[in-house]
Design a protein around this ligand. Structure first.
Ligand SMILES: [Mg+2]
Ligand SMILES: [Zn+2]
Length: 189
């Protein structure tokens, strides 16, 4: 099987509104262009994979059952529009998590590349041809740690993040939002 490139998408502030701890489906709001962005990337041959930090699980604010429900909702909306999400990878850990079972210094916490590496293995992805899109430098740094090119979006925390790039992160294009990130990726692919 030949390896496909992927676009790894951060969830909160990139695909959906960042509402702090998302713990009820009523608060789940996809940005108006998110479904189109996924669909055009799929059509161009990219697997779309969600990679998300979920400290709310570590802190007992959000359950893994709810996460599964929220992700099923996103997938259904995307699928109804003719797109598909290849997988969801999330980090429910924190070194000082209040819930004991999630208390660990894991390999999947951004900016470590564990989620991307796990997805690459599960889905046979071609990382040098892949991209990550996020609203925080830690998303971009996670990508760079796995050899994946980054695009920073100005939604979520992106505007303030764009103003102060840490020296540990290579510069990347900064665009207004996910649909602009998708069109930039299509031009570069
Ligand atoms: Mg984010
Ligand atoms: Zn983790």
């Amino acid at each position: 099987m030949s390896e496909r490139p992927a676009v790894f998408l951060d969830r909160d502030g990139t695909m959906i509104e960042d509402v702090g701890y998302l713990d009820r489906l009523e608060r789940l709001k996809l940005f108006p262009y998110t479904i189109d962005a996924v669909r055009v990337l799929n059509r161009a041959g990219f697997e779309v994979v969600v990679v998300t930090s979920q400290a709310g699980v570590a802190n007992g604010m959000v359950t893994e059952e709810f996460l599964a429900e929220a992700h099923a909702r996103i997938s259904r909306e995307v699928r109804e529009a003719g797109g598909s999400i290849g997988g969801y990878y999330y980090c429910p850990h924190l070194p000082y998590a209040s819930v004991a079972q999630y208390r660990t210094d894991c390999e999947c916490r951004k900016p470590k590349p564990g989620m991307i590496l796990a997805a690459a293995k599960d889905l046979s992805l071609d990382l040098p041809r892949s991209f990550v899109v996020g609203d925080r430098w830690r998303d971009i740094e996670m990508g760079q740690a796995a050899g994946v090119k980054g695009v920073l979006v100005e939604t979520g925390y992106g505007k303030s993040e764009a103003a102060r790039r840490p020296s540990s992160v290579e510069p990347v294009p900064v665009v207004a939002n996910l649909i602009e990130a998708a069109s930039l990726i299509l031009r570069q692919a």
